[in-house]
Design a protein around this ligand. Structure first.
Ligand SMILES: Cc1ncc(COP(=O)(O)O)c(C=O)c1O
Length: 453
């Protein structure tokens, strides 16, 4: 019998998150206040986030203790299993060993609760009564709905309209966990009304939904906003994935040559990659690869620039790879990857050449996802299919180079609530989307006068 899973006992769960900011060889550019052009201060963010989270966002402390209340909730499904994908390896017939962290075992079905639970906890401690957020495919919204329920907080989620329509089951999950879910753009906010006035049929985007959620959070007493990706504190909470993986790989005496993840705002990829980036900074040889959609290729086609995180320009200016804040991505099924920008930490590490990025079309990603389901059994989320396409690619490269490789990747979530996407793919209704260069040029005109990082 071959060992398929590497498990950690409850007591072996990491007790601290890892903050890469403490180890960066070159400092990151700071977020800027759009009005003054100066670095944002904690007070600038106080209407949006509670101060305990703002402190973590700005922290340069290497290790941050995970509160006992958060650990106790994590233990519902963590430590997540590390698997060896023997059957997929056999199908590919390349000189690779493939390991993956299965984040689909969380109650909401993805890595998102790793960040939702600490956010709900810190808000509760700070006296917040209710959290407002946005969601793409519904993974983040459902994770936060569950987490807020666990800590006795209210929750409203603005869900990108195209996904709200394509994925009714995610809304039902949010409702089951006691949250409200509103299709965005909506008539409930000025940001939503502005979009609807110009584009009554807008499919929505994460950038629009973020604007709606922030507007409501800052204008409603007792409410705060939560973002499911992109920001430093979100990436910090996700590092539990890579920290567990390091312990698990150590148990079997294996070190990866390549670490991979799919990239929307960057949080699950960073979660598995950042502890390995730390190793790389300290001299280890390891390749880190992020996989994004070719219809929303911020890392592979966007410039590194200051840009807003949302359409209505309510966030600070973030230094990141971006396609422009008014870029509306094509309605691909990987709703969680339809975001115009990329986490400043991931962007910085790509710029400094610690991380590589590759882009894949949705047809190629579903091809990899279906192969995976037919060999390994678990049906991946459409977002996760992007990293699977990258894994296939990497395995083929190993064969061409005649080199043996150990690949570790983050299996960010299951696709059991995304079966309509598989149905469309299997019946030949899915389209390939490449981003026309004129569209990038158009969207980038919106940021041409911003400060340059
Ligand atoms: C399953 C899954 N994977 C990946 C992502 C992409 O987000 P991030 O880049 O923050 O991990 C999402 C976002 O919703 C998701 O639901």
């Amino acid at each position: 019998m071959e060992q398929v899973k590497v498990l950690l006992e409850d007591h072996e769960i990491p007790k601290q998150w890892y903050n890469i900011v403490a180890d960066l060889p070159t400092p990151m550019k700071p977020p800027l206040h759009p009005g003054t052009g100066q670095q944002v201060t904690p007070d600038d963010l106080a209407a949006i986030f509670p101060m305990n989270i703002i402190e973590q966002e700005a922290s340069a402390r290497r290790w941050i203790d995970i509160p006992d209340e958060v650990l106790q909730k994590y233990l519902l499904w963590r430590p997540s299993p590390l698997y060896r994908a023997y059957n997929f390896e056999k199908l590919l017939n390349c000189p690779v060993k493939i390991y993956y962290k299965n984040e689909g075992v969380s109650p909401a079905g993805s890595h998102k609760p790793n960040a939702a639970i600490p956010m709900a906890y810190y808000n509760k401690v700070a006296g917040t009564k209710r959290i407002v957020t946005e969601t793409g495919a519904g993974q983040w919204g459902s994770a936060l709905s569950m987490a807020t329920q666990m800590f006795g907080l209210g929750c409203r989620v603005y869900m990108v309209k195209i996904s709200y329509e394509q994925k009714p089951y995610r809304r039902m999950m949010m409702n089951t966990w006691g949250a409200e879910c509103i299709p965005s753009p909506s008539n409930l906010t000025q940001a939503g009304r502005n979009v609807l006035a110009e584009h009554p049929d807008s499919p929505g985007s994460l950038g629009i939904a973020i604007s709606e959620a922030i507007e409501e959070a800052v204008t409603t007493k007792g409410s705060r906003y939560a973002l499911g990706s992109v920001l430093n504190h979100v990436l910090l909470y996700q590092t539990i994935i890579g920290l567990e993986a390091q312990k698990q790989m150590k148990k079997i005496g294996v070190y990866p040559d390549v670490v991979m993840g799919c990239c929307g705002g960057g949080s699950n990829f960073a979660g598995i990659a950042l502890p390995y980036v730390c190793d790389k900074i300290h001299g280890k040889k390891v390749k880190l690869v992020g996989a994004e959609p070719s219809s929303c290729p911020s890392l592979t086609k966007g410039p590194f620039a200051y840009d807003f995180g949302d359409l209505a320009k309510t966030t600070p200016l973030l230094p990141m790879y971006t396609l422009g804040h008014d870029y509306i991505p094509a309605p691909i099924h990987a709703g969680g990857l339809r975001y115009h920008g990329m986490a400043p930490i991931v962007s910085h590490l790509v710029r400094e050449k610690f991380i590589e990025a590759r882009a894949y079309d949705q047809l190629k990603t579903f091809d990899a996802g279906v192969k995976w389901a037919r060999t390994e059994g678990f049906i991946p989320a459409p977002e996760t299919n992007h990293v699977l396409a990258a894994v296939v690619d990497e395995a083929m490269r190993a064969r061409e180079e005649g080199k043996e490789k150990v690949i570790l990747f983050n299996w960010s979530g299951h696709g059991l609530v995304d079966l309509s996407a598989y149905d469309a793919y299997l019946s030949g209704k899915l389209q390939a989307y490449e981003l026309p260069d004129e569209e990038i040029a158009r969207a980038l005109r919106s940021i041409k006068d911003f400060p340059k990082p």
